[in-house]
Design a protein around this ligand. Structure first.
Ligand code: PLP
Length: 392
């Protein structure tokens, strides 16, 4: 038989695909499946963005562009960083990629050497550790939980950094917990990072605009400007403009790191889709009221679901400050039902409540489940009813 690379013994396919496969089967059987599994907005892409893309097709903007993105889009990104984050990046410090996932992948490939360590606070987005492994790096976890608001402390960070540490992932607001670091907390983490100038930080701000914390959102370099030469600030249009399918993400960072990422990209995808780049330019430069409208809907759903989940015996849920996920600790429910782990709870609720959620273990924190509230309030209410009756 044909063999695959040695690397493939370390890289896992998405751990959530098993649940989603089972959900698809139940749907085929005609079951009324409610999916709280997806990590994408339920809203449609705003009309003015779609129309810009349609015009781009008619205007013939359908050819290769510069590998790192068109100048128009990169200038719109400069304006966005200036407007929202008070950050000033030169055009050579910006790279446009095929979604923020691709941005993060380019970063791993661009900075990690074999055996380098990448610190990933848990819980974290499931793709970080496997991207690190593809790049022959070693993921190192810092554990957090509901009792610490899912945030790492400066002393935990200091203790996790070794001579081999090359990368730190910091995602705020967080997938899956919804936690968001305050400016003060970023300053404290920044003080540690300034002592370790060889550590590059991936500041994953993809949920920046899905945020309702008491304090305004603050990006890491905004809080600690001296870190500018150490941080790659990552963002994209997928979540805030409901543009997941268009595949545009971007980064601002130190020119030499951006250059390495661009070289990797040049040998992989070349430029991101030309039409999507025009759409992203329209999104960033256009009317921003769509963001506030969607954000108000997410906040109302968060208010509902957090309270409802806390009313389910064995569930404890913290109110997040952003993103569109609730991340309850369910150890009480596991004990009450004699279940082994969060995978078993997810499977039970899929079979008996026909509600899809994602187990917490793949995010690095067993004993939790993730529910997406990028769906209607009615679906959330019905899910809660079903979960309650199964666990009653
Ligand atoms: N970062 C985080 C934390 C995410 O949750 C996601 C998407 O799920 C991404 C990055 C990537 O988004 P995209 O590749 O659509 O820009």
């Amino acid at each position: 038989s044909l063999t695959v690379s040695e690397r493939m013994s370390r890289v896992m396919p998405s751990a959530t695909s098993a649940v989603l496969g089972l959900a698809a089967r139940l749907r085929e059987e005609g079951k009324n499946v409610i999916s709280l599994g997806a990590g994408e907005p339920d809203f449609d892409t705003p009309l003015h963005i779609k129309e810009a893309a349609i015009r781009a097709i008619h205007d013939g903007q359908t050819k290769y562009t510069a590998i790192d993105g068109t100048t128009s889009l990169k200038q719109a990104i400069q304006r966005k960083f200036e407007r929202d984050n008070a950050l000033d990046y030169g055009l050579e410090q910006i790279l446009v990629s095929v979604g923020a996932k691709h941005t993060l992948f380019n970063l791993c490939m661009g900075v990690l050497s074999a055996g380098d360590e990448a610190i990933i606070p848990a819980p974290a987005w499931v793709s970080y550790p496997d991207m690190v492994r593809v790049a022959d790096g070693i993921p190192v976890s810092i554990m957090t939980g509901i009792d610490s608001d899912f945030k790492i402390l400066p002393e935990q960070l200091e203790a996790a950094i070794t001579k081999r540490t090359r990368l730190l992932f910091l995602n705020s607001p967080s997938n899956p917990s919804g936690s968001c670091y305050t400016r003060k907390e970023l300053e404290a983490l920044g003080a540690v990072l300034l002592r370790h100038p060889n550590v590059v930080v991936a500041a994953d701000d993809i949920y920046e605009h899905i945020h309702w914390g008491a304090e305004p959102f603050c990006s890491l370099v905004t809080a600690v400007p001296e870190l500018k030469n150490q941080v790659v600030t990552i963002n994209g249009v997928s979540k805030c403009y409901a543009m997941t399918g268009w595949r545009i993400g971007y980064a601002g960072g130190p020119a030499e790191v951006i250059k390495a990422m661009k070289t990797i990209q040049s040998q992989c995808t070349s430029n991101p889709c030309s039409i999507s780049q025009v759409a992203a330019t329209a999104a960033l430069d256009g009317d921003q009221t769509c963001i506030a409208e969607m954000n108000a809907a997410y906040k109302a759903r968060s208010d509902y679901i957090v309270e409802a989940l806390n009313g389910i015996p064995g569930f404890e849920c913290r109110r997040g400050e952003g993103a569109f996920y609730a991340y309850p600790r369910v150890t009480g429910a596991l004990e009450a039902r004699g279940l082994k782990d969060d995978f078993e709870l997810v499977e039970l609720l899929l079979q008996e409540a026909v509600v899809v959620m994602v187990p917490g273990s793949p995010f690095g924190t067993p004993g939790y489940v993730r529910l997406s509230f990028a769906c209607s309030i009615e679906d959330l209410q019905e899910s809660v009813r079903r979960i309650r009756s199964v666990l009653a």
